[in-house]
Design a binder for this molecule. Sequence first.
Ligand code: SF4
Length: 446
Amino acid sequence: MSKKTFSFISLGCAKNLVDSEEIIGGLQKQGYRLNTEIDGSAFVIINTCAFLESARLEALKTIKEMGKIKSSKDSQLEKIIVLGCIAQYYDEREMKERVPEVDLVVPISKNHTIPLLVEKMFFPKKDLKGYTLQKNRFLSRPPHSVYIKISDGCNNKCSYCLIPSLRGRLRSKSIEDILDEVRAVQKLGAKEINLIAQDTTAYGLDLYGKYMIVTLLERLCAVKGFEWIRLLYTHPAHITDDLLKTIQQEPRICNYVDLPIQHISNKILRLMGRNTSKEEIIALYGKMRESIPGIVLRTTVMVGYPGEGDQEFDELLCFLDKYPFERLGAFSFSAEKGTAAFEQDQKVDLETSSQRLKKVMEKQKSISRNCNRCLLGKEERVLIDSFAHNRKKAYGRLSSQAPEVDGRVIINHISGVSPGDFLQVKITGTGSYDLIGRSLKQTRKV
Ligand code: SF4
């Protein structure tokens, strides 16, 4: 019986993308063929995000579009499978009330069983005793830069966040499993390993009873063949001296830390349930700058949180001036039903919130521009990611630029290099976020 063709839509964050790639890999191992087009596919899987209202609306819109295709005349689309965070937010009955064409809603805890569920769906009479699920990671993006998800769920209780109720408590992967995954993607050409989780600094607390991110990093540094290890999604309350020492001592660990602080006012940090204070964040900031020379810091802040008055907002602006972050993402608070913050009063009106967001991003633009100007004329090592259509222009990143969220280096008049190559570049121009580089020579073609 020939296996079916399927297509896959992966919405949401990089953690979802990793889940999607593992599921695709597992299905391919069972002989199912991935199709980039919905057209001609027997089934479609939609991995969703639901932690904000806007994400839920996007997920429902996408699922409804698939429903229309499935019920259209001569459609070959037989089945629609929904998973990810919206499968936690709505159970099967609630999802089918919204989109009757949906065939299967799979909770996150069952993601690894999807090849078996698909087999049962298409071959209900088949004896599936002894059916083995095989781990396999399909890389949906150029293999030189890969996300490695080291845990799922979160034990922190930030009052604005739905993730703990959607993805459950912290579940770390074992160090051995992570090393196997990294060795596998290294063989596929990975040069950069981006470690992700809800809170990477809490890694291991559930499985080993203590923080194990340092041990994991040390073990990863013993794996040969890739060059950059990047730590994303840390939590200021869980950064240890040991971790800073390891980042400083291990040359393959990028001198780059993603450190979401969310706010700086003690009043707001308390209301957010961030388990840290202004004083602790400032002390940590100083320690990181001192202990890791040249470190590049990324953060995330939220404006418009209930109770944030002009005073608290000004405190945040002053802090970002005095303690600048080279990289910063900012969001407006979104009141999500099911979170503690949803019930909090003193809501900030949308207009004020968006004005504050604008101010933070204007400030960050000038901070980022000044940071970039310091690189003018410098020689830097660049990882090539992609090319412009005419292939005469390449896009790459410094080790201080994370994929997808930070600026990049644009290199004109380039030839003879490929994604995944490292290039020595002279910075000849700087923008607010991006840099312009001129190729000096190819430092290494692995
Ligand atoms: S650390 Fe806070 S914001 Fe991040 S996933 Fe956990 S609860 Fe949500």
